[in-house]
Design a protein around this ligand. Structure first.
Ligand code: FES
Length: 160
């Protein structure tokens, strides 16, 4: 039941368990990229190193999937609590600071305030897609509509 609290933007966003953080942010209109990433980013391949996010030190290790090999390589020299949004799948509710490289004047206070507020409950599983409608007269799974005999039924009485 993940809810992502985007601290810089002051927004709570629901997502489904296992959703990619970058994709959720883009879907919700959250700006992930600084000027370099806006000029050009890799589209989520883990190559441009522009989709940084910072997690509070207290974030549960279960909140996101672990650092990928790409992140281990690309985030060398960066703080341990930074991630590449495109490499992270959200598993539990958490706080995220986008564009940590840009700084934030009241960051510590904003993080403390955000941490003090409980996170709401989000969805627990992916929604079930609606069942596809069958063309007129046809029933799903070979079932026969009322009043009609299937070929099998029609021929089963022959010869007896
Ligand atoms: S979008 Fe390029 S590294 Fe994440």
């Amino acid at each position: 039941m993940p809810v992502i609290r985007f601290v810089r933007e002051g927004r709570d966003v629901e997502c489904y368990p296992g959703e990619n953080l970058r994709e959720v942010a883009l879907r919700e209109g959250i700006e992930l990229y600084g000027w370099k990433g806006k000029l050009g980013n890799c589209g989520g391949c883990g190559q441009c190193i522009t989709c940084f996010v910072e997690l509070p030190e207290s974030t549960s290790p279960l909140a996101m999937t672990g650092r990928t090999a790409v992140e281990d390589q690309k985030l060398r020299g960066r703080p341990q609590n930074w991630r590449l949004a495109c490499q992270a799948l959200v598993q539990e509710s958490l706080l995220v600071l986008t564009r940590p490289q840009a700084g934030m004047a009241n960051k510590d206070a904003a993080m403390a305030t955000a941490l003090a507020q409980p996170l709401g409950a989000g969805p627990t599983e992916w929604p079930t897609p609606p069942a596809a409608e069958e063309p007129d007269g046809e029933e799903p799974d070979g079932a026969v509509a009322d009043g009609e005999e299937s070929d099998q039924t029609a021929t089963s009485g022959e010869g007896s």
